[in-house]
Unconditional design. Structure first.
Length: 356
């Protein structure tokens, strides 16, 4: 499983007596910048940022150094080293960057500078790139959680679960082998009598929502490497209708009410922070209706999606999956908090079809 990318480098050395934009002769001997014309574009397959620049004729370079910074609002990150050598081009994966989305503007600025044997120039050449959400998803590296499509047909018969359970036992465990076992998995839809034991999709509305998602992902070449779903029919049918390709993985952790319901939010966060395979995204279809507050996931309407980027542990230690702050979960003794990127409804304003 691919780990998220995190890197730091020391600040670039600055020439003696020269600030940004200075016209003085630098201590490395360059009167003008020995590199120019830096460009930054996303490759046609959406997987890489392509960077190219030009070397001057003289004096000879010892090397060039290419870095990037990210400006979010009024904050600019420390420079991260992308390339060092004598080439005139380089690439890096799109999934190393974050998009401007969800009301947050992020601008990535690349800078290439020429270096002598002893020092590097201050300014060099720069190029900026503001990744869109569409470009980011094409590059992969995100987990996308959908609340199942519209489902207003009949009701979940949660009263089939015992009203009192021994400590540590779940409804699913208590019903194993009984006539009510797996009641939540039924796809029977029989309104208005509703003898079915679980709420089912509203056919027309759900079809419109899943068609909108499927059309956008296929039209934009966004790859999905895994599809996880709740065990409820309304969820796995939603996942099937997206037609992302991979076989469905049924997850008790995504399933409403019948498993460890008090930990469902925390276990969903654990899944959201699992990095997808390179160049792909992970799709999950689950529920809202958490017992208590579950940030973002608990606010989704039918058919809504929330997009996250897996992150490194926060640095806070923990003991059990639910022992971290509300929007975090415990993994291997460390709290993790996936980065929320954006919320996308299936239809209407701000929906998939309207993304730039």
């Amino acid at each position: 499983m691919q780990a998220p990318f995190f890197a730091q480098v020391e600040p670039l050395p600055r020439p003696v007596g020269a600030g940004p934009g200075s016209d003085v002769i630098f201590s490395h001997g360059f009167e003008t910048s020995p590199v120019s014309g830096l460009t930054a574009t996303v490759s046609t397959d959406g997987q890489r940022v392509q960077l190219a620049w030009t070397h001057g004729a003289s004096p000879p370079l010892s090397r060039v150094r290419l870095t990037r910074t990210v400006t979010t609002g009024a904050t600019t990150s420390a420079p991260v080293l992308v390339f060092e050598g004598l080439a005139t081009s380089a690439t890096e994966r799109v999934d190393q960057l974050l998009p401007s989305a969800g009301g947050t503007t992020r601008t990535t600025t690349y800078q290439v500078v020429g270096c002598s044997l002893t020092a590097c120039e201050a300014s060099g050449s720069t190029a900026s790139l503001a990744l869109t959400l569409k470009q980011a998803l094409r590059g992969g590296g995100y987990t996308v959680f959908w609340r199942h499509a519209s489902a207003a047909v009949c009701q979940d018969r949660t009263n089939l679960c015992p009203s009192a359970l021994p400590p540590g036992q779940t409804c699913a465990q208590a019903l194993a082998g009984t006539p009510s076992d797996n009641w939540w998995k039924t796809c029977l839809s029989d309104p208005p009598t509703c003898t079915t034991s679980a709420r089912q999709l509203s056919t027309d509305a759900a079809n419109a929502e899943t068609t909108a998602v499927r059309t956008w992902f296929q039209a934009n070449g966004v790859a999905v490497g895994r599809v996880l779903t709740s065990e409820y029919c309304r969820c796995f049918t939603t996942a099937q209708d997206f037609q992302f390709g991979p076989a469905l993985e049924f997850s008790a952790d995504l399933t409403f009410f019948v498993h460890e319901e008090s930990l469902r939010c925390a276990k969903n966060i654990v899944l959201l922070n699992q990095p997808p395979a390179a160049g792909t995204n992970t799709a999950m279809v689950g529920h809202a209706g958490f017992p208590g507050t579950c940030p973002t996931l608990g606010t989704l309407a039918w058919g809504d999606a929330a997009i996250f980027k897996p992150q490194a542990p926060t640095g806070q230690t923990c003991t059990t999956v639910g022992s971290c702050p509300l929007d975090e979960a415990c993994v291997s003794g460390q709290c993790v908090r996936p980065l929320f990127i954006a919320r996308v409804p299936a239809l209407g304003s701000g929906s998939w079809s309207t993304l730039p």
